[in-house]
Write a protein that binds this ligand. Structure first.
Ligand code: PMP
Length: 449
C-alpha cells in the first residue's frame, strides 16, 4: 500500500480524498456523497463551489496575488475593512487582517496589552479567561484556552491565565440553577478581579457561545451583559472570540448582538472566508486604537500573509453575499425551520442529555443516564463511533468536548451551511436519526460498554 507522506489528524487512519464540493455536499474519489452537516469545522458557511466567490478570487489572482503589507495596501483588503465597519454599525472602524482564528486571538491579546502600555499602564498585561473554552492552538491562544486535553502536553510553554467557570447551565459548576443562581458564574469575574487587582489585568476573553470545548454552551439571559458591566467597572477590556459564532452563524453578524453587548475587541475567522481562503480578522473600536495612534503608531503584530489580497477578495465576496437583506432574511427562516426539526429529537433517544445553541450552531450532549447526567466512560468512544457511523451514512458531524473537566463528555456540533434548503435540512435530519438509531442498536448489544 502506498504510504502517505502527509501527516493527518490520526496518523494510523485513512481518510477519503475529497474531490468535489457542490453546495452543501462533498464527494470523495469513490463518488460517495456526504452532506456537510457541520460546514467542516463550522467554516464553510456558504457551502462549496460558490461561483461568485470563486470568480472574485480568480479576478484578484489575475490582478495581484500577493502584496507585502508594509509596502502596499490592496483593494480587497481596504474594501473588506470598510464593509466590516459598516456591518458592525460603524462601532469597529479598525480591522487587522490575519490568516486564522488562532492568529486573530494572538493579535487581540497583543493589542489589548499594547493598548494599556501606550496609556502608561504596562502592568495591566494579564488576561483572564474561562475553563471550557477554546481560543486556538498557538501558544498565546492556548494559554487562555480552558481546554485540558489540548493544553496538557505543552503546559511548560503556556503563559499564566486565571480562569473562571463557564456558564454551563446543564452542569452548573456551582450546582445551582438559573435564575436562582444569580449568575454566580459571571460574578466570579468580579471576585477574581477584586482578588488579583484589575491594575494587573488587560482583558477578559470569552466566546459568546462556547464552541469546540463545550458544544454550543449558550449563556443564560443577562450573563454577557453582566460580564461587560463587570469589565467596564474594573476598567478591563472585553475580547469577544467570535471566530466560530461570527458572520451570521447564529443569525446575526455577531453573536454578541443577541445581547446587545459591545465588546472592545472582536476576533473573526472560520466563516469570514467561509473556507474559500484562509483568513481571520480582529476588529476594534476607536478607543482601543487611539492611544496607539498617539503613541508608538505601530501595531506590534502581523504576519507575512496578513491582508493577503486573495484571502481578502474571498472574504469580501462572502460578506457581500451575507450582508444582503435577502440573505439575512433567508437565514432567519432557515434557523426557525432547523430548530423545529431538531426539537423533534427531544425525548426520542435516551442518550440525548442536552440540546443547546443559537441560530445554526447547535450542540448535542450525550449521556449514559439522562436523569443522573452520567457521561459514558471515555473508553466507550461514543462520539467517535457516532461520527464514524454518520460519515458512513453520508453525514458529516463535528465532534466537541463536554463535561465539566473537558475530558469525559460526549458531544457533537450540528452547523449546516447557511444556504441549506429546507429539503436538505430534512435529508440531514433523516441521516442523523438513522445514525442515532444505529448507535441505539450498538448500545443495546452493549458493544460499547
Ligand atoms: N476560537 C474559536 C472560538 C474557535 O472555534 C477556533 C477553532 N476551532 C479558534 C479560535 C482557532 O481558529 P483556527 O483553527 O482557525 O486557528
Amino acid at each position: 500500500m502506498h504510504r502517505s507522506n502527509l501527516i493527518k489528524p490520526l496518523l494510523d487512519s485513512t481518510y477519503p480524498v475529497a474531490t468535489k464540493g457542490e453546495g452543501i455536499y462533498l464527494y470523495d474519489d469513490s463518488g460517495k456523497k456526504y452532506i456537510d452537516g457541520c460546514s467542516g469545522a463550522v467554516t464553510a458557511n456558504l457551502g462549496h463551489g460558490n461561483e461568485v466567490i470563486i470568480e472574485a478570487i480568480s479576478q484578484q489572482l489575475k490582478k495581484v496575488a500577493f502584496t507585502y503589507r508594509s509596502q502596499f495596501t490592496n483593494e480587497p483588503a481596504e474594501k473588506l475593512a470598510e464593509l466590516l465597519c459598516k456591518m458592525t454599525g460603524e462601532l469597529y472602524p479598525w480591522t487587522f487582517l490575519v490568516n486564522s482564528g488562532s492568529e486573530a486571538i494572538e493579535t487581540a491579546i497583543k493589542l489589548a496589552i499594547q493598548h494599556w502600555q501606550e496609556k502608561g499602564r504596562p502592568q495591566k498585561n494579564k488576561i483572564i479567561s474561562r475553563w471550557i473554552s477554546y481560543h486556538g492552538i498557538t501558544n498565546g491562544a492556548l494559554s487562555v484556552s480552558g481546554h485540558p486535553i489540548r493544553r496538557e502536553k505543552f503546559l511548560n510553554m503556556l503563559g499564566e491565565s486565571s480562569m473562571i467557570e463557564a456558564p454551563y447551565c446543564y452542569r452548573c459548576p456551582f450546582g445551582k440553577a438559573f435564575p436562582e443562581c444569580g449568575l454566580q458564574c459571571a460574578r466570579q469575574l468580579d471576585t477574581i478581579l477584586g482578588r488579583i487587582g484589575s491594575d494587573q489585568i488587560a482583558a477578559f476573553i470569552a466566546e459568546p457561545i462556547i464552541g469546540a470545548a463545550g458544544a454550543a454552551i449558550t449563556p443564560p439571559e443577562g450573563y454577557y451583559e453582566l460580564i461587560k458591566e463587570i469589565c467596564d467597572r474594573h476598567n478591563i477590556l472585553l475580547i469577544s472570540d467570535e471566530v466560530m459564532t461570527g458572520c451570521f452563524r447564529t443569525g446575526k453578524m455577531l453573536a454578541s448582538d443577541h445581547w446587545e453587548v459591545r465588546p472592545d475587541i472582536i476576533c473573526l475567522g472560520k466563516g469570514l472566508g467561509a473556507g474559500y481562503t484562509p483568513i481571520g480578522a480582529v476588529i476594534v473600536t476607536d478607543e482601543i486604537i487611539d492611544p496607539i495612534l498617539k503613541g508608538s503608531n505601530i501595531i506590534m503584530s502581523g504576519h507575512t500573509m496578513s491582508a493577503n489580497p486573495l484571502s481578502a477578495a474571498g472574504a469580501l465576496a462572502v460578506l457581500e453575499i451575507l450582508s444582503s437583506e435577502q440573505s439575512v432574511e433567508s437565514i432567519t427562516e432557515k434557523i426557525t425551520y432547523f430548530h423545529n426539526l431538531i426539537d423533534q429529537l427531544k425525548g426520542k433517544f435516551d442518550f440525548i442529555g442536552d440540546i443547546r445553541g443559537k441560530g445554526l450552531l447547535i450542540g448535542i450532549e450525550f449521556v449514559q443516564n439522562r436523569a443522573l447526567k452520567t457521561p459514558y466512560p471515555r473508553g466507550a468512544q461514543f462520539t467517535e463511533t457516532l461520527i464514524k457511523t454518520a460519515k458512513n451514512n453520508g453525514l458529516l458531524l463535528y465532534p466537541a468536548s463536554s463535561g465539566t473537566d473537558g475530558r469525559n463528555g460526549d458531544a457533537i456540533i450540528l452547523s449546516p451551511p447557511l444556504i441549506t434548503t429546507e429539503d436538505e435540512m430534512d435529508e440531514m435530519y433523516r441521516l442523523l436519526v438513522k445514525s442515532f438509531e444505529a448507535m441505539e442498536a450498538t448500545l443495546s448489544k452493549k458493544e460499547m460498554l
